[in-house]
Design a protein around this ligand. Structure first.
Ligand SMILES: Nc1ncnc2c1ncn2[C@@H]1O[C@H](COP(=O)(O)OP(=O)(O)O)[C@@H](O)[C@H]1O
Ligand SMILES: [Mg+2]
Length: 365
């Protein structure tokens, strides 16, 4: 075979390889990326001068695939895989070092490799864009649902607020009229007690919908956390739950409504205590970054069922037995955090239990 013919054959092999890789990439399924990369590896082999002896290795952030397991003692050529201009992996062609030297690779083979590395980079970019879009869409749907629920809840709360105030008012008048009748007066007391309870529920609903007037001022988070813990001293003792406070600084300032902030920590701790086992430890952490203050509450309870994770902030969602929970605590917390332009995240701890992370913007002054 003369050299021109041989060279021509090589070019055809390379072009066929490029074509094959392009169609693999065109049909790639993001969920099966590892299979796609494997298939690309085998295609590239065919484009090389010594197809049977060339082995291909593809390394990306999430996968490492190769056409042969053992790739020690090889000579190689390498191309970088770039995703949005950052080096995110490598495409490597290997030949056995006992048989070949680095100069046995053709210049065209390096070009072919560069070309395919570029295509793989494009594929990874495409997948990253898709992933971002999906997660953004999910976040938006979630936020939408919460805000619609918030509006409905605010509506209901408003409607109930006035009649409840009337019931309470009239019950109090009745109580005065019945002051000589013990039995009736006890009954009226029950009405009053239940009405006050209902009003508390309504107040929480309004909190959730952020209908409560806010009093924002520059406050130090550290004493607020200590105060919330102090309010719960009795509960910690009663449920035999321990806590550890990890706060390195004496002051962390932010713009917030101190009562609402107390409520956030209080509600999170109430849940943590409820779900903690006997002798369980709750870790209460606070730290600050350049722009944010982060509060983290970790417990050793049962954590969340996967399906529950996205529902925990919805009003009335509760897994507690009837009578134990209203399912409003976390929706109140969510509403308050959102109105402070912050974020809250619920997740399972790797070992066991739940972690709640609240991120609030720092006071710049
Ligand atoms: N620390 C926690 N560990 C496990 N699950 C939790 C925790 N905190 C909240 N949850 C889940 O979120 C639900 C809603 O909480 P919340 O809104 O405070 O209402 P409630 O406490 O009345 O149930 C709880 O019923 C529970 O399923
Ligand atoms: Mg609760």
């Amino acid at each position: 075979m003369n050299t021109t013919e041989a060279e021509l054959k090589e070019r055809i092999k390379e072009l066929t390889c490029l074509y094959e890789v392009s169609s693999i990439i065109g049909n790639a399924n993001a969920a099966l990326l590892s299979d796609t990369l494997q298939a690309i590896g085998f295609s590239i082999k065919k484009g090389f001068q010594f197809p049977k002896k060339t082995e291909i290795e593809i390394i990306t952030e999430s996968y490492e695939v190769s056409t042969k397991n053992d790739l020690d003692n090889t000579v190689r050529i390498t191309s970088q895989i770039k995703v949005f201009n950052d080096e995110k992996g490598q495409l490597i062609a290997h030949l056995n070092a006992s048989e070949f030297a680095a100069i046995d690779f053709l210049q065209e083979e390096q070009q072919l490799l560069d070309n395919i590395a570029f295509k793989i980079g494009n594929l990874l970019e495409r997948i990253e864009i898709q992933d971002n879009e999906t997660s953004l869409k999910r976040q938006m749907e979630h936020a939408d649902r919460l805000s619609i629920l918030g509006e409905i809840t605010a509506g209901i709360a408003h409607e109930l607020n006035t009649p409840l105030a009337n019931i309470l008012g009239f019950a109090e008048l009745l109580k005065e009229d019945l002051s000589t009748n013990n039995k009736a007066s006890e009954d009226v007391d029950k009405i009053i007690k239940n009405t006050i309870f209902s009003r508390e529920v309504v107040k929480k609903l309004m909190f959730f919908a952020c209908e409560m007037p806010q009093e924002m001022k520059r406050v130090n988070l550290v004493p607020i956390i200590k105060n919330a813990i102090h309010l719960l001293d009795a509960s910690f003792k009663k449920e035999q739950v321990k806590y550890v406070v990890k706060i390195d600084e004496e002051s962390m300032f932010l713009k917030a409504d101190p009562i609402q902030l107390t409520q956030v920590i209080f509600n999170l701790l109430m849940n943590a205590i409820y779900f903690s086992p006997k002798n369980g430890v709750i870790i209460i952490e606070a730290l600050q970054t350049k722009s944010d203050i982060i509060i983290k509450i970790t417990d050793e309870g049962k954590g969340f069922e996967k399906d529950d994770l996205e529902k925990v902030f919805q009003p009335f969602f509760t897994t507690k037995p009837t009578g134990d929970g209203s399912g409003l605590g976390l929706s109140v917390v969510h509403g308050i955090v959102a109105s402070h332009k912050g974020k809250i995240l619920a997740e399972n701890n790797i070992t066991k239990g739940a972690i709640f992370t609240v991120t609030l913007p720092k006071d710049e002054n």
